[in-house]
Design a protein around this ligand. Structure first.
Ligand SMILES: NC(=O)c1ccc[n+]([C@@H]2O[C@H](COP(=O)([O-])OP(=O)(O)OC[C@H]3O[C@@H](n4cnc5c(N)ncnc54)[C@H](O)[C@@H]3O)[C@@H](O)[C@H]2O)c1
Length: 274
């Protein structure tokens, strides 16, 4: 059911690779709620994924950009301003990648060039994006910028590797840029800390299936999927959340507040495969 929550709003969505992507579901939902969209991803991901299908479905344009490149971000924001005929209202940063995870380098033996790349793609890119949005005064007052995070920013999750450090930095950028952008333009900046979700990025994490099963059993409401996440994101782009800023918002079915559930005990005591 659509509520028209984003009627008249315009926004950029980063990170829709394929139907499984959180950004894909967010774009569909934002469109359903009345938003006009620009979609973006790296040229490689545009070629290998299916973003053109999403663009057709949502009546959007696709503008390629590598989120680590200031030049690309500047060109993207200029093109979006032109496309929308002026300022816009929201941006979703749904971007993450760790070359160390991809190449199987463990946390205690990282390749440091890869480590720098992980931080650049998954966290610095958010600072760069906010910097360019602000420098070009591209967002309307009370605009909303949201990035996707994970609870490994607060607690150690073995196997999540250097992405944990990237998420901790991402959440810190959110607070520090949020303060400046909020005071100057009433723009809010938040992260959503999402349940483990079956996506291309998710599948790179060691033991992802076991992690999904464990999180599901530990979460009173069960894991939130990409569609649930899209619903929450739309609420953060809407006018219903105008005073929410500089927050890391858990969207995890209660996982982050739970120590133990009977379902986890049962799985271990009966030897059920997690
Ligand atoms: N899947 C999960 O379990 C989970 C849980 C919590 C948070 N997240 C976060 O959600 C976000 C989206 O990931 P997803 O799970 O939808 O996976 P996904 O693989 O569908 O999306 C990741 C996107 O990042 C893009 N990307 C990579 N490098 C880029 C660059 N240099 N410039 C621009 N874009 C780039 C990819 O092309 C891809 O579209 C990520 O930040 C991820 O860490 C995922």
């Amino acid at each position: 059911m659509a509520y028209g929550l984003l009627k008249g709003k315009k926004g950029i969505v980063f990170g829709a690779l394929n139907e499984a992507s959180i950004a894909w579901q967010a774009a569909l939902k934002a469109h359903e709620e009345g938003a006009e969209l620009v979609l973006t991803n790296t040229p490689v991901s545009i070629r290998l994924g299916s973003i053109d299908e999403l663009a057709r479905e949502t009546g959007s344009v696709v503008i390629p950009a590598d989120a680590t490149s200031l030049e690309d971000l500047e060109a993207l924001i200029d093109a979006a301003l032109e496309h929308f005929g002026g300022r816009f209202d929201f941006v979703l940063h749904s971007v993450g990648m760790s070359p160390n995870l991809r190449k199987g380098k463990p946390y205690e033996d990282l390749n440091y060039d890869f480590y720098a790349k992980t931080l650049d793609i998954s966290a610095l890119s958010f600072h760069k994006l906010l910097h360019v949005l602000r420098a070009k005064d591209a967002l309307n007052e009370w605009g909303s910028v949201v990035a996707l995070s994970y609870i490994a920013a607060q607690r150690s999750f073995e196997g999540y590797n250097d992405m944990a450090d990237a998420k901790a930095l991402l959440e810190s950028v959110t607070r520090n840029f949020g303060l400046i952008y909020g005071k100057e333009r009433h723009v809010r900046v938040n992260t959503v800390s999402q349940s483990p979700t079956r996506t291309t990025a998710g599948s790179g994490i060691a033991g992802m299936e076991a992690m999904l099963a464990y999180a599901d059993r530990l979460s009173p409401l069960g894991n939130a999927d990409a569609r649930d996440c899209a619903d929450y994101l739309v609420s953060l782009f809407s006018d219903l959340t105008r005073h929410v800023t500089m927050q890391n918002l858990y969207h995890d079915g209660g996982f982050s507040s739970t120590g133990l559930t009977a379902e986890v005990v049962e799985a271990f005591s009966k030897g059920i495969d997690l």
